[in-house]
Design a protein around this ligand. Structure first.
Ligand code: MN
Length: 337
C-alpha cells in the first residue's frame, strides 16, 4: 500500500467504514468485502458493505450476508446516509466508476478517504490509498496480504478465511487458470492450516445447484452450443424467453461459458445472455489470447486476459453478428494460439 503510515494513523482511531464493490458482485467481490468487513470490525471500526445491485443467490452461504446493504429504491436513503457518514470508503474488485452504477455519484462526491484494493487493469478510481496489483489472482489474495502486512494475521478467523477462499477459488476457476499465482496456492494452504474446510467451500460454490439449473444446463448444452473450429471458438446464446421459461435468475447462468471453453482445441469461449436492461457478453480464453482486449476494443467492456465481458445495448442476434465480425479480425491470432 502507498502512504501506509498515513493509513495506519487514520485507522488508529475507530472509523465509520463503507465497503463497496462492483455491480452483480461475484464471489471475489462479495467474499473480499465480507472478509475485510469482519477484519475491520474486529479492529473496532464500524463497517457496512454496500453493493450497487443484488448478488447471486449461490453466494447466500457466505458468512454474514445480512451485513450487506443492496442498493435499490427501498434502500436508497440508507445507502446515501452511510456514504455521507463514512470516514473511509473501501473500493474492492473494480477499477472503473461505472461498475458502481448509482453508487458512483456517492463515491465521487465523498469527503471520506478512499482506499482501492483491486487487481483489474487500468484503474481510473481516484483513491488516497491503493493496494493495486493486476498480477494478483483475485482481490481476495490482496485482502489476505493486506491483513498480513498490517501484522494482523492472527485476526483471520473462519469467517474471514471463507470469504478470502471463496474469492481465490472462483477467480482462478478452482486454481486452474493461468492467472493462478504461487501466492494464491500459498494463501489457500495457510487458510487450510488455520482450519478452513476447503472441500466444504467447493461444495457450497460448485455442488449446490438447484435441480432446475441442471436441467436448464442440459437444454443449453444440447440445443444452444455453436462450435466454430475454424476460429477455435465456441459460444452459447441465451434469450430472455429461455431464462423466463426455465425460471432462471441472477447467477443461474454462472459458469455455463466454461463448458464451451472445455471443448478440445478451444481458445475462446463466449456466452451472450439477454438480460432486462442489456445483453451481457462474457468471454473466456486460454493462455495468451486477450479476452480483455476484445471486450474493451469492440464492446466497451473490460476484465482480465482470460476472463472479460461487457454489457451491450444490442439484442442477442445483433450482438452475435458483431461477435462473429470480431472473430474474423482475430482469426489468425486464435488459430495460432
Ligand atoms: Mn476479482
Amino acid at each position: 500500500m502507498n502512504n501506509i503510515d498515513e493509513y495506519r494513523s487514520l485507522m488508529s482511531q475507530p472509523q465509520k467504514v463503507v465497503i463497496t464493490t462492483h455491480q452483480v458482485p461475484d464471489a471475489d467481490a462479495l467474499g473480499s468485502s465480507l472478509a475485510l468487513s469482519r477484519y475491520l470490525s474486529k479492529l473496532g471500526h464500524q463497517t457496512k458493505v454496500i453493493t450497487p445491485t443484488e448478488y447471486p443467490s449461490f453466494l447466500d452461504w457466505l458468512p454474514k450476508p445480512n451485513e450487506v446493504i443492496v442498493f435499490n429504491s427501498e434502500n436508497k436513503t440508507i445507502c446515501e446516509e452511510q456514504f455521507d457518514a463514512a470516514d473511509v470508503i473501501f473500493c474492492l474488485d473494480f477499477s472503473s466508476y461505472h461498475r458502481l452504477q448509482e453508487l458512483e455519484k456517492y463515491l465521487k462526491n465523498t469527503s471520506a478517504k478512499v482506499v482501492l484494493i483491486d487487481h483489474h487493469l487500468h484503474p481510473n478510481v481516484i483513491a488516497d490509498f491503493e493496494v493495486w496489483q493486476p498480477e494478483a489472482a483475485a482481490t481476495a489474495e490482496l485482502i489476505y496480504q493486506f491483513i498480513e502486512d498490517m501484522g494482523d494475521k492472527s485476526l483471520i478467523d473462519t469467517h474471514i478465511a471463507e470469504g478470502i477462499y471463496a474469492g481465490l477459488a472462483t477467480d482462478t476457476l478452482s486454481f486452474k487458470l493461468g492467472t493462478t499465482t504461487p501466492d494464491a496456492h500459498k494463501i489457500a494452504a495457510n487458510l487450510i492450516q488455520l482450519g478452513l474446510d476447503s472441500a466444504k467451500i467447493h461444495r457450497l460454490i460448485y455442488d449446490n445447484n438447484r435441480v432446475e439449473k441442471i436441467k436448464f444446463l442440459g437444454y443449453i448444452l444440447q440445443n444452444k452450443l455453436v462450435h466454430l473450429p475454424e476460429f477455435k471458438t465456441a459460444y452459447f446464446i441465451i434469450t430472455a424467453e429461455e431464462l423466463k421459461r426455465f425460471g432462471m435468475g441472477l447467477g443461474d447462468t454462472e459458469g455455463i461459458v466454461n463448458y464451451a471453453l472445455s471443448i478440445e482445441n478451444i481458445v475462446l469461449a463466449a456466452i451472450i445472455i439477454e438480460r432486462a436492461e442489456y445483453t451481457k457478453l462474457s468471454l473466456r480464453s486460454i493462455a495468451q489470447f486477450p479476452a480483455n482486449e476484445v471486450a474493451e476494443k469492440y464492446f466497451q467492456g473490460g476484465g482480465h486476459r482470460n476472463a472479460a465481458g461487457a454489457n451491450c445495448a444490442e439484442n442477442s442476434q445483433e450482438l452475435e453478428k458483431k461477435f462473429l465480425d470480431v472473430l474474423n479480425i482475430y482469426q489468425n491470432q486464435l488459430l495460432n494460439s
